[in-house]
Design a protein around this ligand. Structure first.
Ligand code: UPG
Length: 467
């Protein structure tokens, strides 16, 4: 009998995530999805390009458990060679500036990409770049190196729709053409209903808002003129087709929600900071469904001392068992002696950084007070935990609308007073239907059928690019 051997073609995938945890995580998951494509004629070698400061940080974090098939390659910083490494860029605009510099023709990224291409060429490999849209300047690096480049949208398609609608919002007079400031209150979007306050560039002072609006205009311009394909980390959504007809370029391929099938029990998640496992032991001592888990992600600015103080006081007054992720910059709002009292009463835990997936997957956790970052909400759905939503910035308002109005698996809090929290917890824990909705949502979005659909879309992308 003749045994047919399939000739596998090698593909190096140069992936450029935006250097923030909420973006690096889904890029890792995307790399894993490529590695797991079934019946594929290609073997993939994903290479994640990380600014040096981030590469250093990830390498130094002991709890990281990176798939050895995924390489992490540092891109040197402009000032490398000095004795002291330059400080990490501190905010959105500083990161944007650093990434623009790094991927400009005079920057360091192009040399790194050319090196990888040269090494791959020796092995007869194809090379393709996948670039997070928030680092749209890196598209130019790929083009200058003659590589096919695809975009990656790390969050919900809905947030992309809001950005892609900018020209239309301006043309119809709904937002100011230069600042992006809304001129009306309601957006022509009904599923879910959104207000102009939900627009993702409305963060911070008026000048920060118009700078972000400018950032999105630049991103949109590059993506519509330079990209053929955009891989989107979204839930299955009927709106895609409708959206697709209106916006031909780039072609949208939905490949999410990206999350390994067995993530709850493995630590296959990359983290930038050491996770504190003590909260898991404490959770083991708590009753099922009794604990409130509170975390506001990795990237939003502190909500301010009065709000931290209000939440801390309410939690103490309500005697709710809780795990609260609170970094050093947020702790200043804690009332005097709070942590000491907490440790004496054993009623809750404040930790600097938690193993979030394991916490959410714990049977003692009843609900999740979240800022509605995209990764956090996908993880909550994966662990079937209802949400108390407190969106703070960017896409979080649109994400919150999805959770509260469309999926109905959470409620929005307007503050952290006693009534807000008591009513909120009663609504999500006392709603007999919410657990059924979460179960269905999890099955529809992360079950086998959804995974097959996402993987088919990824295969279609591979065929379009390499055949
Ligand atoms: O103690 C913690 C707290 C969080 N996490 C993880 O950190 C990630 C947080 O991601 P996300 O929920 O998306 O929040 P941010 O880090 O704030 O993400 C930014 O990036 C996201 C993706 O673009 C956006 O949706 C958010 O609005 C934006 O704030 C998740 O994977 C969590 O599991 C931990 O592991 N331990």
């Amino acid at each position: 009998m003749k045994v047919e051997t399939r000739k596998m073609k090698k593909v190096t995938l140069i992936m450029v995530p935006y250097p923030a945890l909420g973006h690096v995580t889904p890029m890792f998951h995307l790399a894993s999805s490529f590695l797991q494509l079934p019946d594929c004629n290609y073997t993939f070698a994903p290479v994640l390009l990380l600014p040096h400061f981030l590469h250093r940080q990830i390498s130094a974090t002991a709890t990281n458990d990176v798939d050895p098939r995924i390489s992490l390659v540092p891109v040197p910083e402009e000032d490398d060679g000095e004795d002291e490494p330059p400080p990490s860029p501190a905010d959105f605009f500083a990161i944007d500036k650093a990434m623009e510099q790094s991927s400009s023709p005079a920057g360091q990224m192009e040399a790194v990409v050319r090196d990888i291409v040269a090494c791959s060429g020796d092995g007869g490999c194809d090379v393709c770049m996948v670039v997070d849209l928030l680092v749209s300047s890196a598209i130019g690096v790929g083009r200058r190196c003659g590589l096919p480049v695809a975009g990656f949208w790390a969050v919900d398609l809905l947030a992309h729709q809001l950005i892609a609608a900018i020209p239309q919002l301006v043309a119809t007079g709904l937002v100011h053409p230069h600042s992006g400031i809304p001129i009306v209150d309601v957006l022509p979007h009904d599923q879910p209903a959104l207000s102009t306050d939900d627009l993702p560039w409305l963060i911070g002072s008026p000048s920060a808002r118009s700078a972000r609006f400018k950032f999105w205009n630049k991103t949109l311009q590059r993506s519509t003129t330079q990209l053929q394909y955009l891989l989107v980390n979204s839930f299955p959504d009927q709106n895609v087709l409708h959206h697709q007809q209106k916006q031909q370029q780039p072609k949208i391929l939905q490949v999410g929600p990206l999350m390994p099938k067995h993530q709850v029990h493995t630590s296959n998640n990359v983290t930038f900071w050491e996770q504190d496992p003590a909260c898991l032991h404490w959770l083991d001592t708590q009753k099922p469904n009794s604990v409130l888990y509170i975390a506001f992600g990795s990237w939003v600015s502190p909500i301010g001392e009065p709000k931290v103080q209000a939440l801390a006081t309410t939690l103490e007054a309500l005697h709710v068992p809780f795990v609260w992720v609170l970094g050093p910059a947020w702790r200043q709002g804690l009332p005097c002696g709070y942590e000491k009292r907490l440790s004496a009463s054993q009623r809750g835990m404040v930790v600097s950084w938690a193993p979030q997936m394991k916490v959410l997957g714990h049977v003692a956790v009843g609900c999740f007070l979240t800022h509605c970052g995209w990764n956090s909400m996908v993880e909550a759905v994966r662990c079937r935990k209802p949400m108390l939503c407190y969106p703070i910035a960017g896409d979080q308002f649109a994400n919150c609308a999805r959770i509260v109005e469309e999926w109905r698996v959470g409620v929005r809090l307007s503050g952290f007073g006693r009534v807000d929290l008591e009513e909120g917890m009663k609504s999500v824990l006392g709603d007999g239907e919410m657990s059924g909705k979460l179960e269905r949502l999890c099955e529809v979005s992360l079950g086998d059928e959804a995974r097959v659909r996402a993987s088919d879309n990824l295969s279609a992308f591979v065929d379009l690019v390499f055949n």
